[in-house]
Design a binder for this molecule. Structure first.
Ligand code: FMN
Length: 179
């Protein structure tokens, strides 16, 4: 399904260093959930994610995201050099639940949730309604190898369909904060 047209991010967005990101990744990603968005303004997709991380690798501030190959977003994350992680306040929980239950193959996610896709100056796509958006450039991908799970419960509990996540490491290029 073709996703809704994207508008330029307005002047309410201020770029900050990611080290000013408020809260912990445990709460902001794990509890509050995020939207991972990849693509460009002509063709993009987004999905809800509550697994991921923010940290430091190879001397860079990075984000880790994990996408199962069956997701439509997987195609966009593979085909595009940039991705974003958008963070929302509690009032958008229902919108995030929709983006985590339905596929962009079948619905217009922005249309169905009322979220407004916006494009930042580097071409990354985020959402007008987000509180913060972390912009990333992919620097590494890795497909989880079941032979490497040291705790067999991970394979049994998380991968009954054997649809192992692909991990993407993104070098963080900025933190967009809506003021
Ligand atoms: C709270 C929540 C967290 C999720 N986290 C992930 C995740 O980290 N990785 C993943 O591949 N799917 C995750 N999903 C599932 C996708 O968001 C879901 O399958 C979505 O419909 C995929 O949309 P798409 O086909 O348009 O990409 C999560 C879903 C929910 C509700």
């Amino acid at each position: 399904m073709k996703q809704k047209a994207v508008i330029p991010a307005g002047s309410e967005w201020v770029e900050k260093n990611v080290r000013e990101f408020p809260g912990t990744p445990f709460a902001r990603i794990g509890d509050e959930w995020t939207l991972i968005t990849a693509g460009d303004k002509g063709n993009w997709n987004t999905m809800t994610a509550s697994w991921g991380g923010l940290g430091v690798l190879w001397g860079k501030d990075v984000a880790f995201i994990f996408i199962r190959p069956v997701r439509y977003t997987f195609e966009f994350a593979n085909a595009n050099p940039l991705f974003t992680i958008s963070f929302f306040d509690k009032s958008y929980r229902k919108a995030l639940a929709v983006c985590g239950a339905k596929s962009g193959r079948d619905i217009d996610k922005a249309g169905e949730t009322g979220l407004t896709p916006i494009v930042f100056k580097d071409g990354s796509i985020g959402f007008k309604e987000a509180a913060e958006v972390i912009t990333c450039r992919k620097i590494y991908t890795h497909d989880f190898d079941p032979a490497k799970f040291l705790d067999p419960r991970i394979d049994a509990e998380c991968y009954p369909q054997k649809d192992y996540h692909r991990m993407y490491v993104g070098a963080i290029t900025g933190l967009q904060v809506k003021e």
